[in-house]
Design a protein around this ligand. Structure first.
Ligand code: CA
Length: 504
């Protein structure tokens, strides 16, 4: 069976030209050829900023580019029909499609309401800094452009636990909505900022059973309407795990096959809360390995001062490998974005080898690594910047090698701070797979590694072409492999070299 290889098929600055769904449909043969069999698409429904919305300022979950709302019928990615066609074409080509679901908050309400709030301390949200008082705020969602099609549910202040703007007072802050579900935030698995339930906009109240039912109804409608067979859940750090578990169980019971549900719990410094969240949701989901991304970011910034033997330390991949979605970069960590921590270009081939050619983790390739990205935006200093993210040409080789050769037992040679390697022995039934990987963040690297007797006498070449040498394996299938300074080499049988050519 082919291993799962995912792509995040967008980045923050993808053009606002309604072209993404059509672009995806055209790229399907290319993705299949590379061995990519799962695609995470951005939110397909209308955001508060209409045709300019990346999708995380969620307005109407049922408007996937169909209704004239927020100044546009299509979303920035295209029209409903184009989305449906692209999803169908992916499924027919054997590619799973993960829909992005933003459940933490809603933005762009249609009407003001008056209700009772208390202000909280932004750095300790459990601490009230005012008595109860009434405000008028944007919390009523009636979706006038949709006129009740697909769902007649009206969201009001009883569906939200917090808001950041009092319209009548012209005042910002974090206002805890005082409703029948109590005056506290919902239960979470860590205590950052006291309780980080509130992130932005109108924060959804999951203690309201009508809200839970509506989001389950939406999930059913969405899966039936679009044919997606997976979900990527946004910002679950700010959502009580009780609801996510309930929703995932409900969706799984509706689906014919195993659903792939991956979630974003962004804590780069500590893997423990990720593990607690996975346990609290009864292992119903996978999480992006945010701590591993941070290791890659640090390694790429520190050069040979980083001890490569520790590259997986405290990552989800190391602690709970069957739950880890591994990544190098994403739309939040790319340059000029909120969580900016881009992995430097020299290290990307090393990082991709580390997530693509090992046995554990489901790797997620970031769109610019295959397609480039060019954009401008303001930095945190207020100045304008122009960014060029170059594709990672090594992926043309690493991706097909993942799907065809990265098989069998894995043996690690993590024994030098600046040079580590591993081998995959291949499957006994097929001696045409197996490989050796060596990477260095310092000087040129050399290491003796063994693929096993089944590979005795085999001639190996570096598929990435960084070395022109041919290496003959001894009777134990071993040899001194090498890699260039600050580089990665992937040694495969020379007989297969023509199948893995650069730029193919
Ligand atoms: Ca929340």
């Amino acid at each position: 069976m082919q291993p799962i290889t995912m792509i995040q098929f967008f980045h923050w600055y993808y053009p606002n030209d309604q072209s993404l769904w059509n672009h995806l449909e055209k790229e399907i043969p290319h993705l299949v050829e590379k061995g990519i069999n799962a695609v995470w698409l951005p939110p397909a429904y209308k955001g508060a900023s209409g045709g300019f919305s990346v999708g995380y300022d969620c307005y109407d979950l049922f408007d996937i580019g169909e209704f004239d709302q927020k100044g546009s019928i299509p979303t920035k990615y295209g029209h409903r029909e184009e989305y449906l066609r692209a999803v169908k074409a992916c499924r027919e080509a054997g590619i799973s499609v993960l829909a992005d679901a933003v459940f933490n908050h809603k933005a762009g309400a249609d009407e003001l309401e008056k209700f009772t709030v208390r202000k909280v301390n932004p750095t300790n949200r459990n601490e009230f800094i005012s008595d109860s008082f009434d405000i008028e705020a944007w919390t009523k969602f009636t979706f006038p452009g949709r006129k009740g099609k697909y769902s007649s549910f009206i969201w009001d202040h009883r569906c939200f636990s917090g808001i950041d703007w009092a319209q009548d007072l012209n005042e910002g802050g974090i206002f805890s909505i005082q409703n029948e579900y109590g005056d506290a935030w919902e239960d979470l698995v860590e205590d950052e900022l006291g309780n980080y339930d509130y992130l932005m906009n109108a924060d959804i109240e999951f203690r309201n059973p009508a809200v839970r039912e509506e989001l389950k109804y939406w999930g059913k409608w969405y899966m039936e309407t679009t044919g997606v067979n997976g979900f990527r859940l946004d910002a679950v750090k700010h959502i009580t795990p009780g609801f996510i578990k309930e929703w995932a169980e409900y969706m799984q019971q509706l689906a014919h096959d195993q659903l792939l549900i991956v979630a974003e719990y962004w804590n780069i410094h500590d893997v423990e809360p990720l593990i607690r969240y996975i346990e609290a949701t009864d292992r119903k989901l996978q999480l992006f390995d945010a701590p591993l991304h941070q290791r890659f970011f640090l390694a790429s910034s520190m050069g040979n001062k980083f001890d490569l033997r520790t590259i997986f330390d405290n990552s989800l991949l190391q602690q709970m490998p069957d739950r880890a979605i591994t990544l190098v970069d994403n739309h939040d960590t790319q340059p000029l974005q909120e969580l900016e921590s881009p992995v430097q270009a020299w290290f990307k081939p090393l990082a991709y080898a580390l997530i693509l050619l090992r046995k554990d983790g489901i790797p997620c390739v970031f769109y610019p690594a295959l397609y480039d990205a060019h954009y401008t935006d303001k930095g945190t200093d207020g100045n304008d910047y122009e960014i060029w993210l170059s594709r990672v040409p090594e992926l043309d080789i690493l991706l097909p090698i993942r799907s065809r050769l990265a098989r069998g037992e894995q043996v690690d040679y993590f024994d030098h701070p600046n040079c580590v390697g591993w081998i995959r022995k291949g499957e006994p039934a097929d001696s045409r797979n197996g490989l050796a990987v060596l990477l260095s963040n310092g000087a040129e690297g050399f290491k003796y590694m063994e693929l096993g007797e089944a590979h005795a006498g085999e001639i190996m070449i570096d598929a990435l072409g960084k070395s022109g040498e041919k290496i003959t394996l001894n009777e134990k299938g071993g040899a001194d492999f090498h890699c260039a300074a600050g580089s990665v080499s992937v040694w495969i049988p020379a007989a297969l070299a023509q199948d893995f050519k650069p730029g193919s």
